[in-house]
Design a protein around this ligand. Structure first.
Ligand SMILES: [Zn+2]
Length: 475
């Protein structure tokens, strides 16, 4: 689907809901809905900056008030030790399943502010776009859920299933307190499925359902030589140089074909099936545009795999930072005392971060030259995540997307990681369904963030349809 077919003028009609009363309500409330969207965007809820803590609280209270007004029970701005979680539920459909909905109300900082064409927290709607920090990530998507629930309550007086709301305020600041909060609130988080709305459509604004996330192992390699920097004239040729040693270690990690050389690194990787390769080949991926966007001479990667395969289905290993020795102006003839590198791996199913770390560590130690001490430390990790293709909630999401947007959604795997998704998967024992709606060119985390109004409007109708479908799929 191109942007042309997803224009704001066709959005309302193309997506006419199966429920005429709902569509009438949504049409009649359009202006008020947009005003409310902008109101939420005006609250500068930047979680990373402590001076915005009162704004985060204000955003949480604004959302809580809306949830209460719409018809939810047990609405709470729940303390976490950091920015609060907004919790609410509606559990009056005894025969229907319970779904937990996650979004986040915090946003990224706005710098570099000089690259914004307009003030980030003075949002506006123009040319079918809602522009402002958080318009897409993730206040826009949170607001879509609010308005979808509002429309269902307003037209039917009830929801077709049981809902628990968890809206976080620290997603853009590492979700530091969420895992503890989930642990402490386990009882009231019991659900048959989790839905996260914090992802985007595929290139060309084609509807997509994200069914996989890569995991992560993040390490630091510390190479230590002499007790202090030594004269390279007096000691060069006698002692090992930690920077040289580190370069040899790093060079050993991958071969020229981009294949990671750590023994056993690929042992648990689930190979792509023929069907998956066909599906990916059919997706319109513009490698040349990516090359231009990155401003690099050529795209590279593991030999034998196409770009989309390498992004979603293959693990990687990258040096994220490397330093050591003299870096000032001019020259200084030393053998540095130490050198360091941050090295991380993106993992895919079924790699286990703990196992990969041990294998990486053993390999680094085995290739380290004598004459230096080498330490490999684990700084953080998360597991890869794959949503089962047979998952009934994912199937309901796909059907709702296809019917409402009028195009068969792509099944995408993100090359990145969403720690929250992994938290839900481990703590609640089920992989979340990642039903996201923003246009892929939304400038999330960047200046001039925006959401296409067509994605927002059609997305709200998709969400309503999705809630109607889920109880039919899970009994
Ligand atoms: Zn987000």
């Amino acid at each position: 689907m191109t942007d042309a077919t997803l224009s704001p003028t066709t959005a309302g009609q193309a997506s006419a809901s199966t429920d005429p009363a709902l569509e009438t309500y949504l049409e009649a409330s359009r202006e008020a809905r947009h005003a409310s969207y902008l109101e939420l965007l005006r609250i500068p809820s930047i979680s990373a900056l402590s001076e915005h803590a009162p704004d985060c609280l204000r955003a949480a209270e604004w959302i809580a008030a809306e949830l209460g007004r719409i018809g939810f029970d047990h609405v709470e701005v729940s303390p976490t030790g950091g920015h609060p979680v907004v919790y609410a539920d509606w559990l009056h459909a005894p025969a229907a399943p319970t779904v937990l909905v996650y979004c986040h109300y915090d946003v990224q900082p706005v710098d570099p502010i000089e690259l914004w064409e307009t003030a980030p927290f003075e949002p506006f709607i123009r040319d079918g776009r809602v522009v402002g920090r958080g318009a897409a990530d993730d206040k826009g998507q949170l607001h879509m859920h609010l308005r979808a629930f509002e429309a269902l309550f307003a037209t039917r007086g009830r929801l077709p299933l049981n809902i628990r709301i968890v809206f976080e305020g620290e997603e853009e600041a590492s979700s530091e307190h969420l895992s503890g909060w989930l642990e402490a609130n386990r009882v009231r988080l019991d659900a048959d499925a989790v839905v996260i709305s914090d992802t985007s459509f595929f290139e060309g604004n084609r509807p997509a359902l994200c069914v996989g996330l890569r995991g992560l192992v993040y390490t630091q390699i510390d190479v230590t030589g002499p007790a202090q920097d030594m004269h390279s004239g007096g000691f060069g040729g006698l002692i090992e140089n930690p920077a040289n040693a580190l370069a040899r270690i790093v060079a050993a990690l991958k071969d020229r074909d981009g294949v990671v050389q750590v023994p056993g690194f690929y042992d648990d990787v689930v190979e792509l099936t023929r069907d998956q390769r066909h599906e990916l080949a059919a997706m319109a991926y513009d490698g040349e545009a990516v090359r231009r966007h990155c401003d690099v001479p050529v795209l590279v990667g593991e030999a034998g795999y196409e770009p989309l395969e390498r992004l979603g289905y293959r693990p990687t290993l990258d040096v994220n930072g490397i330093w050591g020795g003299f870096q000032g102006e001019g020259s200084k003839t030393i053998i540095p005392a130490h050198a360091h590198a941050k090295v991380s791996c993106r993992l895919v199913a079924n790699q286990d971060p703990a196992v990969i770390f041990e294998r990486l560590k053993a390999f680094v130690l085995s290739v380290a030259p004598p004459g230096v001490r080498v330490e490999v430390r684990l700084l953080g990790s998360s597991r890869p995540l794959v949503v089962d293709a047979g998952d009934p909630v994912a199937a309901a999401a796909l059907e709702a997307l296809e019917t409402t947007f009028g195009a068969r959604p792509y099944l995408t795997r993100s090359g990145g990681s969403i720690p929250v998704a992994e938290m839900f998967a481990t703590q609640l024992g089920r992989a979340p369904v990642m039903l996201g709606f923003t246009n892929p060119d939304d400038h999330a985390h960047s200046p001039n963030e925006f959401m296409r109004l067509a994605n927002y409007e059609t997305g709200i109708r998709t969400i309503c349809r999705f809630w109607d479908l889920v109880p039919e799929r899970i009994r």
